[in-house]
Design a protein around this ligand. Structure first.
Ligand SMILES: [Cu+2]
Length: 191
């Protein structure tokens, strides 16, 4: 390559970014009056994400807090009250008394609709032993229906906390066919 060509190539390389920067794109990247919204991981308007269906038939009537608290029990491997209702913007303390002789707890899925994630609300202690009381405070950011469950009995113990005038998610009720096939396929070792 001749020295002349080399200089030409070098000049082009040096000029390329300048030409690209000057060409065409004369609109400023920030337009006055236009607010760019930043992504928000917590939906504040749309409400909670799709929640799992509770694995226990809901109580007929919703339970409202009394003095900011709702008292429920775990008894006979079920939540005694599992259809709870609070107003939008309200915080509620849920107190769970374990009347059984096995551990229970109560975990709310939170806005992401998933159990076992950071936005869950879980009673303290997270294992409520027989005779103990566990407690949590739930202050949802958005109205909607939130599912809770017992981590020790996730297939049989659960419920709904309805915030505002949302509709509770119906429980999954096993059909007789499901129940019998479930028994058939249950792999319990002979004792
Ligand atoms: Cu349980």
């Amino acid at each position: 390559m001749s020295p002349y060509l080399l200089r030409l190539v070098a000049a082009c390389l040096l000029l390329a970014p300048v030409l690209a920067a000057c060409g065409g794109d004369d609109a400023p990247s920030t337009t006055p009056g236009v607010i760019t919204e930043s992504p928000n991981p917590v939906p504040s308007i749309g409400g909670p994400q799709q929640q799992p269906a509770p694995p226990q038939e809901l109580s007929a009537e919703p339970v409202e807090p009394s003095d900011g608290a709702i008292e429920i029990a775990a008894s006979g491997l079920q939540f005694t009250e599992n259809y709870l209702h609070i107003e939008t913007g309200q915080a509620v303390t849920i107190r769970l008394t374990n009347e059984d002789d096995v551990p229970h707890n109560l975990r709310i899925a939170g806005v992401d609709g998933q159990f076992g994630t950071e936005d869950d609300a879980v009673v303290t202690p997270d294992q409520v032993d027989p005779g103990q009381v566990g407690e949590l405070t739930f202050a949802p950011a958005a109205p909607g229906a939130y599912t809770f469950r017992c981590d020790f009995h996730p297939d049989t113990m659960g419920g709904e906390i309805v915030v505002g005038d949302a509709t509770p998610i119906p429980a999954v009720t096993p059909t007789p066919a499901d129940a019998s096939s479930g028994d058939d396929t249950a792999d319990t070792p002979a004792e």
